[in-house]
Ligand binder design. Sequence first.
Ligand code: BGC
Length: 821
Amino acid sequence: MRPDSEKMEELQKFNGGKSMSVDYSFLLSQMTLEEKASMCSGSTFWLTQPVERLGIPCVWVSDGPNGLRKEKRSAGLNLMGTSETSTCFPSSATTANSWDVSLMKEIGHAIAGEAKALSVTTVLGPGVNIKRNPLCGRNFEYFSEDPFLSGRMGAAFINGVQSSSIGTSLKHFCANNEEHLRMSIDSVIDERTLREIYLSAFEYIVKTENPETVMCSYNRVNGEYMSENKRILGDILRDEWGYENIIVSDWGAVNDRVLGIKAGLDLEMPANNGVNDKKIVEAVKNGELSEEDLDKCVLRLLKFAFEAKEHECHNKAINLSVNHAVAKKAAVKSAVLLKNENCNLPVDEKEKITVIGALAKYVRYQGAGSAHINPFRTVSFCQTLDGNNIDYTYADGYKIKGTGVDYTLIDEACKAAQNSSRIIVFIGLTDAYESEGYDRTHMKLPESHIELIKRLVEINDNITVVLSGGSPVELYEFKDKVKSILHMYLGGQAAGEAAYDLIFGKENPCGKLAETYPLKYEDNIVSNYFPMGPRSVEYRESIFVGYRYYDSAKKDVAFPFGHGLSYTQFEYSDIKAAHKKDGSVSVTFKIKNTGSRCGEEIAQLYVKAPASKIFKAEKELKGFTKVKLEPGEEKKCEINLDNRAFSYYNVNISGWHVEGGEYTILIGASSRDIRLKTAVRMKDSNPDAVVPDYSGTAPSYYKIGECDIVPDNEFEALYGKKLIGNEPYKKGELTINNSVEQVAVSGFGKAIYAIMKYGAKLVSVTTENPEMSARSAIDIPLRSFNSFTGGFLSQQTVEGILDLCNGKSGGFMKMIKGFRK
Ligand code: BGC
């Protein structure tokens, strides 16, 4: 229930008329222990807990990173796609390809405007987890395999939203790099890798943009649930990085609420129906939790609630058409021209074209799950052709749903292609492939799409492929046989219009890949360690993620990190590097547009470290710039590098360390297309620091590419602890954190499993992604039964269920008694 405005007014009068001037300490002193505890969890699925007696307001939070998903109801499970309509912007995997911070700010600003119109004061995004493996089901919601790029894009988005007085939630903190068992899996990562790869983007964003909230992830990291991870939430996020705002749990991520408060987790979402609030009260009363720790959380929550209320407004005058134009611009700037043999694209509007592929009609523009937007308008490629009176022939080629090959549709497509001089084929990952809640099982396109393109390349040699999908796919079956490939990724609601403008040359493609496209899935070192379970996932590849691996291992790839073509050409020249007075290094160079069209170029700066005792990646991205150039125009670019650009994380000193020596500065049009090179000498930032040397204990890391299966003892040497392994769970040792699938080791557990599967099947009729419902139903841990059933299954009932799964007597009575409560 929302606090009424009179109480709010009273309180504001009492506080001098301005909520910003609320005396939080005074307010805190007026609160009972129970009221304090109640504020530490939501009141519904989307609302925080108000305290009406004191006029403390509640806050409405909503997903998500590529548009606003405000549910029409604040409570209950949101299985019906009941969100308000809004603008669907391209997903983060797409906008990352723009490498365009001002574009990200513009998107953030536009989403904030829509949030204001719907009285939402905190937008749950962006997600900046690293794409460790191309198969992670949620990669479409993340930016990149590289932390530098992820950090810059995430920061720009937050800047855009928060400068419009709407809050954000930086998520999912941290090491949530797969959906498989995401609610309980332990991500086992050595400290250096954690710092350099998995925390780095979060660190940059926290320090530069101070997000209003940080959302902790579901998983454990090195043994502890993130929702109670004292080391990462407390020591690193709060103490080291100085973060003072709200830490909120991912929905249902809380394990031990009392430990969570101690670690600094302020807010549990969604509502816990009083169960954990009671535990907080008891813990304070019995001395297990100090009231001071609780007060710290409550003070932050008070500030959060009042500041949000202050910014809440009902600006109904939002102009959605303007936002549609922003979505289109973002799709244009984020598309990547992967291949363009003999300037095959653009197409002349007078040319007779044949369009093949149902995705041209039913555009795939977003992923599934909590980031799923209900767009107010969508425009397909075919609709845009019709709108522009373009004469074309069309054939479906495959069915949009399912993966089965329909040979009749392929035959029809081949017939249409036979005498055509120009074919544009739309293929890609369809809805069932990418979603929150489960990972892909392979990196291939749907079989029906592969069969279609294989047949088409046999009969016509002038083929353009337009790809869609939020993560890499294997392209080796047709890549060399088609003339051009334009990747639209998941282009948001205006994707069809953007594709039209790019294909017909009204716009010049300028996006560059924010992730590597390997030739085959198995080429990725992480394929050896993904998925893992049921207990842990070991990040044995260490820092060798994405191009850090492919480039160090000198593996051929389909398209490298940072790759993207244009309809014009760019020449790079005149590189210089110089130390500046403030200690930074300035790198300057020139870029000239030598072609005949205006275009934008994304230049990337990589640093290659000198030889060291500690293994390092071949090179690392440490800067980039995007320049717009008219034909013949030349511009000077400057990128500044601070000490961090030359550092690795030294576990011996628990800090960042620059080794003295000569570093190579590489300027590239991609990670494999290096155009300029220079060197800069750096002083040792800590001459007393001992550089860790694993060449004796973990030699595989020094021969990456040759030795990709890192043995247990070598990974343990790096990790510094024994691995917990992955023994299957047994009856008798099950806990509340085991998933429905994992408790199916006992007869009763099997029954629960069957019920949940059946329930998911019934529900799936009404959901957009049945597989997501099915997977989510069996991956849910028992600890979430209470909150996800809105309290229908009481804590006691859940404990009874657990006892029964473990074969303990008395479980049945406990379960039944719990129902009566
Ligand atoms: C997702 C979050 C999302 C939340 C609320 C969770 O399942 O992991 O990203 O913000 O739900 O929808």
